[in-house]
Design a protein around this ligand. Structure first.
Ligand SMILES: [Zn+2]
Length: 83
């Protein structure tokens, strides 16, 4: 079983469909037991959709968008507490 830190680390690769079968299985198994990561995944999914739809969603302020791109580039999301 992977922990929250590992789950968050895999989240972006998961959304990009870049994970192999085994990591995906572990990741999804973690989500089934962890509300927090479930919420984080949904948040990340929405975030990606917002970035992808940016041209159709001009409402997003440029400074917000640049922050999101920074987060995406880092391949991680800031989380409130470790573990
Ligand atoms: Zn978790």
């Amino acid at each position: 079983m992977i922990d929250c830190r590992e789950a968050v680390r895999r989240m972006w690769a998961y959304l990009d469909h870049e994970l192999a079968t085994q990591p995906v299985t572990e990741f999804e198994a973690h989500l089934e037991t962890c509300q927090r990561c479930c919420g984080e995944l949904e948040f990340s999914r929405q975030l990606r959709a917002m970035v992808a739809d940016d041209e159709r969603s001009p409402a997003m302020p440029s400074h917000v968008r640049s922050r999101i791109e920074t987060i995406l580039a880092a391949g991680d999301v800031p989380s409130g507490e470790p573990g």
